[in-house]
Design a protein around this ligand. Structure first.
Ligand code: SF4
Length: 109
C-alpha cells in the first residue's frame, strides 16, 4: 500500500522547492504543460485527461509526483496519474486514516 506520506523537498525558507530533483526524470518534462491542465469537462477535456494519464502511467517518478501534488495541495491538472477530483478523494481518505492501495496506482484512466 502506498502510504501517501509526502516527501517534498523544501528550501531553507520551508517552502516546497520549485523544481524537485525527480522532475528531471519526468515523462512530461518536454511536453506542453497545457496537456496536463485540461479546461472544462467536455469530451475534449476528457480525451486530454486520458492522454495525460497514459503518460503518467508510464512515468518513472509517478509516485513522487503524486506525493508532491498532494503535499502542495495542487488543485488543478493531472499529477501522478490522478486528476483533481481523484486527488481530492485521496486527500479525504488520507485525512480519515486510509491509504491508497497499490492497485489504485497501477493504471488510472
Ligand atoms: S506523473 Fe505525470 S505529471 Fe507527474 S511527472 Fe510524471 S508524467 Fe509528469
Amino acid at each position: 500500500m502506498w502510504s501517501g506520506a509526502p516527501e517534498v523537498e523544501h528550501d531553507e525558507s520551508g517552502l516546497a522547492a520549485a523544481a524537485p530533483r525527480w522532475q528531471a526524470q519526468a515523462a512530461c518534462r518536454n511536453l506542453p504543460t497545457e496537456l496536463f491542465f485540461p479546461i472544462g469537462h467536455g469530451p475534449r477535456a476528457e480525451a486530454q485527461t486520458s492522454l495525460a494519464k497514459e503518460i503518467c502511467n508510464a512515468c518513472a517518478v509517478r509516485e513522487e509526483c503524486l506525493a508532491y501534488a498532494l503535499a502542495a495541495n495542487a488543485r488543478y491538472g493531472v499529477f501522478g496519474g490522478l486528476a483533481e477530483d481523484e486527488r481530492r478523494e485521496v486527500r479525504r481518505r488520507l485525512a480519515n486514516g486510509y491509504g491508497l492501495e497499490d492497485s489504485e496506482l497501477e493504471e488510472s484512466a
